[in-house]
Design a protein around this ligand. Structure first.
Ligand code: SF4
Length: 367
């Protein structure tokens, strides 16, 4: 399997002198030291006191698009389906995490709407007591067909990926046609009252960065929240720092064309949000490379093959699938989860180190 990664082998982040240091004794980047002797009944709180209330669950590895920043150019050896989580395993894990304090779950992929049981899964997960928000990130192609069932299941937040407003460029970036379908999905989501509909746009220099202002103008009449995402390094996406357009530069280039007012956002919000005065929609920037937001991180991820990933850029993973299939009790799973969260680092290793580190292709993480 292409992405058989070492489990729990990631070394602690080096201190300024490069020597590895355990999380519990050194002040983190925020000058805070934390006691690693965390309480067993708070498995989702890490050594830095961050409570993880947001779980992203990847339902499938497959996708009906081939976006260049997500899908390795040379393709992927898909995980055989018997090794992917079953519906029952997914619901069991969702129940366990919600029971431990998760209040928001996002269903991702690959393309989550390709999972044929997604409406039934959303129904079960959406009904979990204690869950406040059920969200989905999709490329939109299948959304018009599925939105009715998803909305009835309680999906209250929709993120739709769209990296260009040009049909030719859409085919260039995604290696597939489909722009009109995505626009149809966005319009249908707006018509059904999703507000804002969040639009995820990965900005790559020399690919779509000349559309920044076009996207901002596109928010004038639409209740959408366009989020410009800094290009991130994942296995096989040929990331290079000269292909990254930093947040600061994006903001400057947009402000040269239109006025932007800064809006406030919540403590765990990854996006810095702005609005053109008088426009219905907003624009935001997710600057995980140049201005990381790790201090407020509340996110955990489960991959489609059942690994817990405590950090998007961390390559240490623990298999909850194997533990479940070996007969682990809920208490044993909680302990396993607590251990993994207990090894979470204060922040990611920095973009230069990340681009040299082994990680998964984005398509098998779910962003
Ligand atoms: S890089 Fe890791 S620690 Fe930082 S915000 Fe993302 S998931 Fe959290």
């Amino acid at each position: 399997m292409l992405h058989e990664l070492p489990v729990l082998s990631q070394p602690p982040l080096p201190d300024k002198e490069g020597a590895p240091v355990p999380a519990s004794t050194v002040p983190d980047d925020f000058g805070l030291t934390h006691d690693a002797t965390r309480s067993a009944d708070a498995p989702l709180t890490d050594p830095f006191g961050r409570r993880h209330t947001y779980l992203r669950i990847s339902l499938v590895e497959r996708c009906n698009l081939r976006c260049r920043y997500c899908m390795p150019a040379d393709g992927l050896a898909w995980t055989p389906s018997p090794q992917l989580l079953t519906d029952a395993e997914l619901v069991r894990l969702a129940r366990l995490f919600v029971g431990a304090g998760v209040t928001k779950i996002r269903l991702t992929g690959g393309e989550p709407l390709l999972r044929t049981t997604i409406e039934a899964l959303a129904d079960e997960i959406g009904a979990l007591p204690g869950l406040h928000t059920l969200a989905i990130t999709t490329n939109g192609l299948l959304l018009p067909k599925k939105i009715d069932g998803l909305q009835r299941a309680g999906v209250s937040l929709l993120n739709i990926s769209l990296d260009t407003l040009r049909a030719d460029r859409f085919a260039e970036i995604t290696r597939r046609p489909g722009l009109p379908l995505v626009h149809r999905a966005i319009d249908e989501a707006i018509r059904r009252g999703y507000a804002p509909v969040k639009i995820n746009c990965v900005v790559m220099r020399g690919v779509n960065d000349d559309e920044l202002v076009d996207f901002v103008r596109w928010t004038e009449e639409r209740p959408v929240a366009v989020r410009f995402i800094e290009f991130m390094p994942f296995d096989g996406n040929r990331w290079a720092d000269d292909r990254l357009v930093p947040f600061g530069e994006m903001l400057q280039r947009i402000r040269a064309a239109v006025p932007l007012e800064r809006l406030t956002e919540g403590p765990h919000e990854t996006s810095r949000t702005f609005r053109v005065p008088g426009y219905r929609g907003t624009v935001g920037f997710i600057a995980s490379m140049t201005e990381p937001f790790c201090e407020g991180c509340n996110r955990l991820r489960i991959t489609a093959d059942g690994n817990l990933k405590v950090c998007l850029f961390g390559n240490a993973e623990v298999s909850l699938r194997d533990a479940m299939r070996d007969g682990a009790s809920d208490a044993a799973l909680r302990a396993l989860i607590g251990e993994a969260v207990g090894r979470k680092h204060a922040r990611h290793a920095g973009m230069d180190a990340l681009s040299a580190m082994e990680n998964r292709p984005m398509i098998t993480i779910g962003g």
